[in-house]
Design a protein around this ligand. Structure first.
Ligand SMILES: *Cc1c(COP(=O)(O)O)cnc(C)c1O
Length: 390
């Protein structure tokens, strides 16, 4: 272990050397089933030949020129993203937090353009939007914010999945310009709102000329069983942020905007040196094209149902299981006890999982997972949980 890394992470002492599809191998040659995808990033699995070739070809021709010049792959990716999101324009960044920063700046500009001098953005309790100053201020977790005060102002908080709370804000606060919300809260423990929630938010936003800004950094790119989670409710947002699985491991973020929101950012208002570079955009284009051509979102929906059925059956007798819930392969098994120790036990058994919100086992398996691999995942996890709860 290097003494020269900042202690930002409590990394497990396992070192993966290569991967293929749903599997990883460590430096001792031990194999693991990857049910986490580096937190919803490698949704198409490891070492996807089409992506490897695209990255190799791009590396051999051109890596970077800057946004001082037009970038062909950036335009191609924007066209394909917009066509499938039914939205108008994209700003490219390098991460989820950066995509959300772009959205927050866009909302403030939108407010100022409408003569609102102190624009406010409605955000939710338990939300997670990133670790930069603005995005951690938008985040609804004291753990993320503590020690970083003064926070960025301009956020109004509401309980998640509570439409009346947002209506009450609308009545009392004339400075609101936007709502920023996750379609399913990821870090909070895969919290799925009632159906109709996004539609109701869309209505409130329309009534008050607010921007509906959806953080699909974790829920997007097929993970929910649709390409974008908002498509479950046929809602088109004004702004949608993407990152994580967009590049399948190549860093990229996107702030997709629609209608009036698509014309808010003009030259000089925002930018990024690396954002939208040829390598990242070609990788993401290859990822999106692969997802569309191979019905990846549909597979996520089917495998999600299969996994839910297997786990409900296999864990039926375990009274420590509080709830099994999912939208596609955004998957949670909530226990009645804290279960961080399960991560290490599963690792021993060759299974990669995550625990969030203390007692929620979060699974974000590859969207390419097969029926047989889903069965193997269920069996491994059921054994781990039953051993753990004794
Ligand atoms: C992971 C995540 C982010 C932050 O993305 P980074 O790439 O780590 O900056 C933002 N929003 C949501 C919903 C996320 O899950």
């Amino acid at each position: 272990m290097s003494d020269h890394l900042v202690h930002a992470y409590q990394s497990l002492p396992v070192n993966f050397t290569h991967g293929d599809g749903c599997y990883l191998w460590d430096s001792d040659g031990k194999q693991y089933l990857d049910a986490l995808c580096g937190i919803s990033v490698t949704s198409l699995g490891h070492n996807l030949p089409a992506l490897t070739t695209a990255i190799q070809e791009q590396a051999a021709s051109l890596l970077h020129t800057s946004n001082l010049y037009s970038i062909g792959w950036q335009q191609k990716l924007a066209d394909l993203l917009c066509k499938n999101a039914k939205m108008d324009r994209v700003f490219f960044a390098n991460s989820g937090a950066e995509a959300n920063e772009a959205a927050i700046k866009l909302a403030r500009l939108y407010g100022h353009q409408r003569d609102i001098d102190n624009p406010q953005i409605v955000v939710m309790q338990q939300a997670f939007h990133g670790r930069t100053m603005a995005t951690l201020s938008a985040t609804g977790s004291r753990k993320v914010q503590a020690g970083f005060e003064p926070l960025v102002s301009g956020f109004v908080r509401a309980p998640y999945n509570d439409i009346e709370a947002v209506r009450a804000i609308a009545e009392n606060n004339r400075n609101v310009v936007a709502v920023l919300v996750e379609p399913v809260q990821g870090e909070a423990g895969i919290v799925i709102p009632d159906s109709g929630y996004l539609k109701a938010l869309r209505q409130i936003c329309d009534q008050h000329d607010w921007l509906l800004m959806l953080d699909e950094v974790q829920t997007g790119m097929g993970r929910s069983g649709k390409l974008f989670a908002c498509q479950h409710e046929n809602v088109v947002p004004d702004v949608m942020t993407l990152a994580k699985a967009l590049g399948n491991g190549v860093p990229i973020g996107a702030c997709v905007c629609n209608g009036a929101a698509a014309d808010v950012i003009v030259p000089g208002k925002h930018g990024s040196t690396f954002g939208g570079n040829p390598l990242a955009c070609r990788a993401a284009y290859t990822v999106l094209e692969y997802m569309l051509e191979n019905g990846i979102a549909d597979n996520a929906a089917r495998r999600g149902e299969q996994l839910a059925a297997l786990l409900r059956q296999g864990l039926a007798g375990n009274d420590q299981v509080a709830e099994i819930r999912h939208l596609g392969l955004l998957f949670a098994v909530e226990l009645k006890q804290p279960c961080q120790a399960l991560v290490g036990q599963a690792l021993e058994q060759g299974l990669l999982i995550n625990v969030t919100a203390e007692n929620v086992i979060r699974l974000l398996p590859p969207l390419i997972i097969s029926e047989a691999q889903t069965r193997a995942l269920a069996e491994l996890l059921i054994d781990c949980i039953n051993q753990f709860t004794g």
